[in-house]
Design a protein around this ligand. Structure first.
Ligand code: ISE
Length: 334
């Protein structure tokens, strides 16, 4: 059975997903796309042998669409995901699920009312071989009790639309999810520590930033976010346990030794660094759909990450530690 996918949003990540689904994911085909940029949508559609439709609603409703991939801007995700739930169409929604906790609750309520899981959120790091190794070291007890972690999340640069607190809501949201997943705990409080602003920071961005996450298991995670570091895309972490540590560095590539120096490549951007994770995420999603299940990062994970990011924004604005308050976790996400 081929899973026929409709893609809403054919920007950077959406067009990458269309290419992967139509050429690298067995059992999947892209049959319809939509984007407000109609020329780009037509080009992407043509590349996949799909149709470019007049609205995202048409994609959701199309008879030749079994499942939807939402890769539009974050502020429209809740409306589009709720429409997919109402149409009975499984949906993979790119992060963030929503740009506010209240909007994310709207999706939670719709999915709980439907009585079944149909939403997966695009936290692709859970499919990255490196992060899976880190998680295995923790769950196998190789490092003892995980106590704290240190993470850096550096982008060489960001697009012009990247403004305000997006470093927290669109970038650090990945660490928020991945450390919830690694430690199997919720985040109880957030503190954003002011850092000297880079003279190269774009627009109104506070850059770099240091974020301290306190988990309900007592673990503490420090996250350095630097979205304009210039030298490359550098995402690393070290988890410190009671008897050892596990570190994730950039993927090992070739090392050049010459003139008394040794150099290795740093990935250029998230598309390069996480290409394997995005592909594995799509393969797992499509395989799950073919087997009649949705079991990746859930609406609850999307809601919790958005609620924590919202608390981080408050901490940044108010200059204080902010407790994270979550609604009761529905049984659907036990
Ligand atoms: C982007 O949207 C991503 O999801 C990348 O993983 C992250 O590194 C980048 O900062 C975000 O803007």
């Amino acid at each position: 059975m081929t899973v026929r996918v409709g893609v809403v949003g054919t920007g950077m990540i959406g067009s990458d997903h269309v290419a992967r689904l139509s050429t690298q994911v067995a059992g999947a085909a892209v049959t319809a796309v939509f984007d407000v940029a109609t020329d780009r949508a037509r080009e992407v559609a043509a590349s996949a042998g799909a149709r470019s439709l007049a609205s995202w609603q048409d994609v959701v409703a199309a008879d030749d669409v079994d499942a939807v991939l939402v890769a539009s801007p974050g502020e429209v995700h809740p409306e589009q995901v709720v429409a997919c739930i109402a149409a009975g169409k499984p949906v993979l929604c790119e992060k963030p699920l929503a740009t506010s906790a209240a909007q994310a609750v709207r999706v939670l309520e719709a999915e709980v009312a439907s009585g079944r899981r149909s939403v997966q959120v695009g936290f692709m790091r859970r499919y990255d071989p490196g992060y899976l190794d880190v998680r295995r070291a923790i769950t196998d007890g190789v490092i003892g009790e995980p106590l704290l972690a240190h993470a850096v999340h550096r982008n060489a640069g960001v697009p012009d639309f990247f403004r305000g607190e997006m470093a927290l809501t669109d970038s650090v949201v990945h660490e928020i999810d991945v450390f919830r997943w690694l430690f199997g705990a919720e985040i109880a409080a957030v503190t954003v520590v002011p850092v000297r602003r880079s003279p190269l920071a774009a627009g109104d961005l506070r850059d770099p930033q240091l974020v301290v996450l306190e988990l309900t298991g007592g673990q503490v995670v420090t996250v350095e976010s630097f979205v304009n570091c210039r030298y490359g895309y550098d995402v690393r972490c070290e988890v410190v346990g009671s008897t050892g540590t596990v570190s994730l560095d950039n993927p090992r590539t070739t090392a050049v030794r010459t003139a008394g120096a040794r150099s290795e490549r740093v990935p250029a951007d998230w598309q390069e660094r996480f290409a394997p994770a995005y592909l594995e995420e799509l393969r797992a999603w499509v395989d799950g759909l073919a087997a009649g299940r949705v079991d990746g990062p859930s609406t609850w994970d999307g809601y919790a990450a958005t609620a924590v990011a919202e608390a981080a924004v408050r901490s940044s604005r108010e200059g204080r530690r902010v407790d994270v308050e979550l609604v009761p976790r529905p049984d659907l996400y036990a």
